[in-house]
Structures are given as structure tokens and as C-alpha cells.
Design a protein around this ligand. Structure first.
Ligand SMILES: [Zn+2]
Length: 154
């Protein structure tokens, strides 16, 4: 899909943002939608599935915009599912991660290792946990920052 059509999609998102209240903006995760469109756009020349997702998402956004004043619970649910499907494709196929992905992995790993080391080395769980946590925090936030720099966050 060419960049003009992507820009048009961005415009529709802005139209929605300008006409609904903050709570709806939040529920629709419009910033996330923008990132998703950007990613799909950049992968769609090589990935048929991204192209399909992008076409589907475009129609979906247009529909949302048409009834933006009358959105009901099922619209939000469908929106969430649509975004979820796309994100799981981007994560699985294109190795994108959610913000804070590495932090949560390494924090929990750090805590479990902290428990083990605390018991084995210090004979004190209370001492091991904070050490494990700070190591997990350092590694996880470093990897998150790196992923962000490489544009791998979705
Ligand atoms: Zn793809």
C-alpha cells in the first residue's frame, strides 16, 4: 500500500480523535493504531499477511469513523480483537515486542534467581531478591531501550 493511502488512514484516525472524547480515544488506543498502521505499511510490500491486515484495518477504521458518534460496546470489543490479531502477527512473524516486554521477563527471572542465590549464597532470601531484581531491571530496561532504538516496539 503506498504512503498516500497510509497518510489518508492517519487522517481518518485524527478525524476520529478530534470528534470523540478522551475516554473513547483511550479505549480505541488511537496512538497504538497509528503505530500498527505504520508497521503494517512498512512490511506490506514483503508480507502478504500484513497487506491483508492493512486492508482489513483500513475498512475497519473507516467504519469506526462513520459511526464514531454512536460507538457501542461491541464496536470496542471488535476493535480490540482486530488490534490483537494484528499485533500477534507482528510479534510472531516480525519479532516486534510490546513496550516493557523485556523488563517484565527479566524482572521475574531476576526475582527467581534472586531467591535461589539468596538461599544458596547468603542463606537469606530477603537479601537475594533485591539483588536479583536490580540485575533484572538493568538487563530488561537495557533491552527495552535497545528494542525501542531499533524500532521493534509495537
Ligand atoms: Zn506480516
Amino acid at each position: 500500500m503506498d504512503s498516500k493511502r497510509i497518510d489518508k488512514l492517519y487522517n481518518i484516525l485524527e478525524e476520529i480523535r478530534n470528534s470523540v472524547d478522551d475516554q473513547v480515544t483511550k479505549q480505541l488506543e488511537l496512538d497504538k493504531c497509528k503505530r500498527v498502521i505504520h508497521r503494517l505499511g512498512s512490511f506490506s510490500s514483503d508480507c502478504e499477511e500484513c497487506l491483508q491486515h492493512l486492508i482489513y484495518f483500513k475498512n475497519h477504521i473507516i467504519q469506526l469513523n462513520d459511526k464514531r458518534e454512536h460507538l457501542v460496546e461491541s464496536d470496542f470489543k471488535q476493535h480490540k480483537k482486530t488490534l490483537g490479531d494484528i499485533r500477534s502477527h507482528l510479534q510472531k512473524r516480525h519479532k516486534l515486542v510490546t513496550s516493557g516486554h523485556y523488563l517484565s521477563i527479566y524482572m521475574s527471572m531476576g526475582i527467581s534467581l534472586g531467591v535461589v542465590f539468596g538461599l544458596v549464597i547468603f542463606d537469606n532470601i530477603g537479601l537475594g531478591i533485591p539483588i536479583g531484581m536490580s540485575i533484572g531491571l538493568a538487563i530488561g530496561s537495557g533491552l527495552d531501550a535497545d528494542a525501542k532504538k531499533k524500532g521493534m516496539i509495537i
